[in-house]
Design a protein. Structure first.
Length: 303
């Protein structure tokens, strides 16, 4: 199989997982129904290495060492291309799940133990399962049937992503919640609060951003608010401005800091969102990357 860039974009889904702030890029193989992961990214993640060249050199050395030790990484392929830091796509070694586990178990040091735990179990969590459902939103056709900016639209997004995982999927909370010392909107007042937010205009970028911030402050669900409202935001931008957010251009810490400040000052979050706007509103890869980054924002940083 020799796929060029055009064929890859049409027939494959791309994903970015995050391990301690390191990207682990993956591509979906529809023929064999499995993910292939960038070998260089895995090395960078395990070694906490920021330099691609050093990681590449280590990977080539490690392949020779494992081969000499009789460890066969049988599921290695060069048939997929990954986007490099310069934006170009280049063929690179890719490993399937079994090969990743074999590599980690025979790593020259114990740095791979924690990575293997993360890799093995991350897709079996609620986050992992809901992320898979979020991926399928693009092909489901649901997004084209929703009324952007409405509360019902947000509920339908939440219900789709978290249905079967939370018994409150799609349901407006009836309990009060807080996070980081901040108490979100009182659930008793939701009939008025959510109606007021729904009626906010969404013609200009500033109006849409203000509406997004207000919904974030309301936090209408017990869990999964950020992941749902970011999709809700993009739907409003698509309809009114023919734009969406390329979330891969927004740093996690910058985003979280800006959202915290947005309670009293929306200038930071508006600047981040505005600088990341793209007209690739129908591009599947942009949507998939958006889901990956959205889930990345919700990951708790390890101490």
């Amino acid at each position: 199989m020799d796929l060029n860039d055009k064929e890859l974009k049409v027939s494959h889904k791309f994903s970015i997982r995050f391990y301690q702030d390191h990207e682990v890029r993956a591509v979906w193989d529809e023929v064999n129904s499995k993910w292939w992961f960038s070998a260089i990214d895995i090395i960078r993640a395990i070694n906490d290495e920021s330099d691609y060249v050093k990681a590449g050199n280590y990977w080539r050395w490690l392949k020779r060492k494992l081969n000499a030790d009789g460890v066969r990484l049988v599921s290695v392929t060069h048939e997929f291309k990954f986007e490099a830091p310069d934006g170009k796509r280049r063929a690179a070694d890719a490993l399937d799940n079994l090969c990743v586990e074999t590599l980690a178990k025979h790593y020259p040091n114990n740095k791979a133990n924690r990575f293997l735990d993360w890799f093995t179990y991350s897709d079996n969590t609620i986050d992992g399962q809901s992320r898979k459902k979020a991926y399928s939103l693009f092909e489901s056709g649901l997004l084209k049937t929703l009324e952007p900016g409405s509360v019902k639209c947000l509920q339908q997004i939440h219900a789709y992503i978290f249905g079967g995982l939370y018994d409150f999927a799609g349901q407006i909370r009836n309990k009060n919640i807080s996070k980081g010392g901040f108490t979100f909107a009182n659930a008793l007042h939701f009939p008025i609060i959510l109606k007021n937010i729904e009626n906010m205009p969404e013609t200009t970028f500033d109006e849409i951003a203000d509406k997004y911030v207000e919904m974030n402050v309301a936090h209408p669900f017990m869990e999964g608010n950020g992941r749902s409202t970011r999709i809700w935001l993009d739907l409003m931008l698509r309809r009114s401005l023919k734009k969406c957010v390329d979330w891969s251009k927004i740093d996690k810490r910058d985003y979280l800091d800006a959202m915290r400040r947005s309670i009293t000052d929306t200038s930071s979050i508006k600047a981040l969102l505005n600088n990341a706007l793209t007209d690739k509103i129908d591009d599947r890869e942009t949507f998939m990357k958006g889901i990956d980054y959205s889930y990345y924002y919700e990951q708790k940083d390890e101490v």
